[in-house]
Design a protein around this ligand. Structure first.
Ligand SMILES: *Cc1c(COP(=O)(O)O)cnc(C)c1O
Ligand SMILES: [Zn+2]
Length: 500
């Protein structure tokens, strides 16, 4: 829709105005720092940071109802800069001019309701939000759009040059960072550190295809993270891991999108996410809290964080009910099919602790819950979801296994509608489906394929008497013979009924 066609009362707000004052806030000592320099940890106490708009209160001059109208009408605009996460510009990047925004098609992913079979199986109503339909096929693109838009702003407006964007990754962060860096390739180069042999071939192919320098490191993700942190402390690089608070800011769009998709009535939802480095769950909480603060939503949804038994530090931390007695202990991870969440020492843990406290203060102690599930449950859930019309990755399977567990453990009100994050596309994790179908899991995964869930191609072979097109083009009669024979075999296999 063209600007002059919007109703008069929203016309002036469709194009967001630049405003606000953004600062880094340290979660350890509370200090504030300017954003002109890229900061990842507090120079005073080394804690992680979040970005805060210290002029946030000005946004409250607009009533919640008006905000809803602005966002809903803005959705009808075709401006590329407003077509992704910056639909919510005032909440996540109000200082970034529209011309600096990098939009590659991220955000506003579809919400797909589960069918009746799945609802019965899960024990409650739910839908998947298909984050695999982002440009690099995972939710990480929201955060990268934010981090690279800010980088682009620094390049265009502040003369930042020769940027090397670098990250450690369980696979999807690097795919996403490399994609956004390649769009800005005139000014930005990218390098990614991956744990050797611990990302899927698809995830390795993505940054290679985007032209990034890919470095495989012996070890697991937590080891790569230490190396990349050392690099960012000692060399001039732009760190694209979730220590980069711009990424968290962009990922908040996930909550805004859910609110909008449910007409801002989210009080009856349970929002479910897998936890790895805990950036996603942090952003989800921050997003809902912000919308609540501006009265865009009048109640908060329940939240459920899910972890595999093989990588469960956040789950273990919250097992202790007494707040003052909780102690965070990193865990040594074991192999997990939810490989993107296979993290023993989540970078965003201090953010989680702070935001869970804020969230529970408003929505009650029961509003944020954590469950853990087995590797077997993750695989069975993913496969079952995908047999029922979804495109869930293993982490999406983790979410589904998570609500089944939450229902069984009474950690969720079954009258809620759960919104599960299918955090990446199923195709990225096809290797685990293959392992399941071929019963090829290494024993450490502790996964035994269920017979009824397996699938394999039927390879049709021809007897010598039937001509085969495999050796070259056949004559018309021979070809007909081949078609009839092959069709008869297929009709047998599929138990087809003849027309006459
Ligand atoms: C990164 C990632 C996760 C884990 O998210 P965190 O923000 O690290 O907790 C889960 N699923 C997929 C597909 C991911 O790429
Ligand atoms: Zn500090």
């Amino acid at each position: 829709m063209k600007l002059d066609q919007f109703p008069p009362e929203v016309q002036a707000s469709v194009i967001p105005k630049i405003g606000g004052k953004y600062l880094y806030r340290c979660l350890g000592c509370g200090s504030l720092f300017g954003i002109e320099e890229l900061l990842y940890t507090c120079p005073k106490c080394d804690s992680v940071l979040l970005i805060e708009d210290i002029q946030w209160e000005r946004l409250k001059e607009i009533p919640g109802e008006k905000w809803r109208k602005i966002f809903d009408y803005r959705k009808m605009s075709n401006l590329p800069a407003l077509s992704g996460i910056y639909l919510f510009h005032e909440l996540i990047g109000s200082i970034i001019p529209l011309e600096d925004i990098v939009y590659l098609g991220e955000g506003r992913t579809p919400v797909v309701s589960a069918n009746a079979t799945m609802k019965e199986w899960a024990g409650m109503q739910f839908c998947y939000k298909n984050d695999g339909q982002n440009p690099s096929a995972s939710f990480k693109d929201r955060g990268m759009a934010s981090a690279f838009s800010y980088l682009n702003y620094l390049i265009n407006k502040r003369g930042l040059r020769d940027v090397l964007a670098i990250c450690a990754s369980t696979g999807d962060t690097s795919a996403s960072a490399a994609l956004y860096a390649s769009y800005l390739c005139g000014n930005v180069k990218s390098a990614v550190l991956l744990p050797g042999g611990k990302v899927t071939p698809q995830q390795l192919g993505q940054p290679l295809g985007s032209g990034a320098r890919v470095i495989e490191i012996p070890g697991v993700f937590d080891d790569c993270m230490k190396v990349v942190e050392y690099l960012s402390e000692n060399f001039s690089v732009a760190l694209m891991n979730s220590k980069n608070a711009w990424r968290i800011l962009g990922q908040e769009s996930y909550s805004y999108e859910i609110a909008q998709a449910f007409d801002y009535e989210v009080g009856g939802l349970a929002v479910v996410a897998p936890i790895g480095n805990a950036g996603n769950i942090t952003a989800i909480m921050a997003g809902f809290l912000k919308m609540h603060d501006l009265r865009i939503i009048d109640s908060l949804p329940a939240l459920i964080g899910v972890q595999s038994e093989h990588a469960n530090p956040v789950y273990l931390y919250y097992l202790e009910p007494e707040k003052n007695r909780r102690q965070f202990r990193p865990v040594t991870v074991r192999p997990s099919v939810a490989q993107a969440a296979m993290i023993g020492n989540p970078v965003s843990m201090p953010r989680v602790i702070k935001l869970v406290e804020q969230y529970r203060k408003i929505a009650g102690e029961e509003s944020v819950r954590f469950v853990q599930i087995s590797e077997q449950e993750i695989m069975d859930s993913m496969l079952f979801a995908n047999r029922n019309g979804h495109i869930a990755c293993t982490q999406g399977g983790e979410c589904l296994a998570g609500i089944r567990k939450a229902v069984a453990e009474n950690k969720i009100d079954r009258n809620r509608t759960a919104v599960l994050d299918a955090t990446a596309h199923a195709l990225k994790f096809a290797v685990f489906q293959d392992k399941y179908f071929m019963d090829a899991f290494e024993p450490e995964f502790e996964i035994a394929p269920k017979k009824e869930m397996r699938n394999a191609p039927f390879s049709l072979t021809l007897p010598d008497s039937v001509p085969s097109p495999a050796g070259g083009k056949l004559g018309p009669e021979e070809f007909q013979k081949f078609v009839e024979y092959t069709a008869s075999i297929i009709a047998d296999i599929l138990e087809l009924k003849p027309l006459r």
